[in-house]
Design a binder for this molecule. Structure first.
Ligand code: PLP
Length: 404
């Protein structure tokens, strides 16, 4: 019944992972997001099996690129053109470059607590400490890693998220200088905080007013919150959007999609873009299979994954409340996170600085020992492979973990 924390996994199937000792776990990490159809989905396995025998990579264009670009175009509101990259970090690099080339400006405006990849130019003010953050009206630009080039800080401006006034002030302080405004439309990387009603619409208007390219980083929300991403869910169309993780259901693929006149700058119009593995047919055939599966029946499988996730989220919240445990479980169905906090509501990264991280770790340890595996920051992802039985079993385990 009680099992040690897993160190090594041997295989995955559907919603389950098995470790080298044969213990089974209900998997809510989904490899940090990609496995939207669960582990080893037959449609993806079959697509890859077929493609492998036709050659693993061509270093040239092929039919799956067209097929996947067309699928994305039909599903995602902003996607007039798509460019394929291999990781989310890389997709954001390209989006920043496109925004700078399109506007002829240099600064990228990002928000505190948002994650856009591990590279020097992106890894700014991700999880600054209370001592590092600075004044809320003018947050410090904080490097996140040892070895990061300090010069990148000059290329970014940081604002507090979910406040229209703070964004307006930041834009007004930098007239004609902001090339792009980038954000996670749901703040998944700081505990799945939702945008305030109307906030994304106001950001859209401000970006247009100030001539800045609006980039929605949908690496997590894409093909997860809904078929058309957060932009469709919240009704806000960006100029550019980045996708990754779920788009290929497991293999490495990411995408920059957006307006023709911006993405088209890579087509002989002066924006350099390369990458040996970008657009490789293994990743693209997996994306074609994943998007085909997700598109069946008007996206019913994804809606169900979101319903099951919402049942789990609400179930955790209710159980904590009944036991008098101060906890917020926030986010949307297929991606939510737990915060042990005395706060009633979370609206931005700074609110999470009051979270009881040690208590979260004890809780997650108690869950994993009982066979429920989630991300170390308290995030849970659901897939189309999860079942009602998984949710029931998980809630029974979580009940015990909350007691513990
Ligand atoms: C919102 C967001 N953007 C970008 C990235 C970077 O993607 P990758 O890890 O594929 O480089 C991540 C990764 O977790 C992410 O969550």
């Amino acid at each position: 019944m009680f099992r040690p924390a897993p160190l090594y996994f041997r295989c995955g199937s559907g919603s389950r992972l098995e470790d080298v000792d044969g213990n089974s776990y209900i998997d809510y990490t989904l490899a940090w997001g990609p496995l939207i159809l669960g582990h080893a989905h037959p449609a993806i396995v079959e697509a890859i099996r077929k493609q492998v025998s036709r050659g693993m990579t061509y270093g040239a264009q092929h039919e799956f690129e067209i097929a996947v670009a067309e699928r994305i175009q039909s599903l995602v509101p902003c996607a007039e053109l798509s460019a394929f990259t291999s990781s989310g970090s890389e997709a954001l690099q390209l989006a920043f470059r496109l925004a700078r080339a399109f506007t002829g400006r240099n600064l990228i405006l990002k928000f505190e607590g948002h994650y856009h990849g591990w590279m020097d130019s992106e890894l700014i003010s991700y999880h600054p400490s209370r001592e590092q953050v600075g004044d809320e009206s003018r947050p410090n630009v904080v490097l996140h890693s040892k070895g990061q080039s300090p010069s990148v800080a000059a290329d970014l401006v940081v604002a507090s998220w979910n406040s229209v006034d703070r964004l307006r002030e930041t834009l007004e302080r930098n007239p004609g200088k902001i090339a792009g405004i980038v954000m996670e439309p749901v703040l998944c990387n700081s505990g799945c905080i939702l945008p305030a009603p109307g906030y994304l619409q106001a950001v859209r208007e401000l970006a247009t007013q100030h001539g800045a390219v609006l980039i929605l980083d949908e690496v997590i929300t894409g093909f997860r919150i809904g078929l058309g991403g957060a932009q469709q869910h919240f009704g806000v169309t960006p100029d550019l959007a980045t996708f990754g993780k779920a788009v290929a259901g497991g293999p490495a693929l990411s995408v920059v999609a957006g307006k023709k006149e911006i993405v088209g700058l890579i087509a002989g119009k002066g924006v350099n873009f390369g990458g040996t593995f970008n657009g490789n047919p293994i990743s693209l055939c997996a994306a074609d299979a994943t998007l085909a599966e997700l598109s069946h029946n008007g996206g019913e499988a994804l809606k169900r994954a979101n319903r099951l996730g919402e049942a789990l989220r609400a179930g955790i919240q209710e159980r904590a409340q009944a036991k008098g445990v101060p906890l917020i479980a926030c986010g949307f169905g297929a991606a939510f996170a737990i915060h042990f906090t005395g706060r009633k509501q979370l609206t931005c990264y700074r609110d999470t600085l009051d979270d009881d991280g040690a208590r979260l770790q004890r809780f997650l340890e108690a869950c994993v020992r009982r066979g429920v595996y989630s991300l170390p920051d308290g995030r849970f992802y659901t897939s189309t492979a999860h079942t009602e039985a998984d949710i029931e079993q998980s809630l029974a385990v979580i009940d015990q973990a909350l007691e513990a």
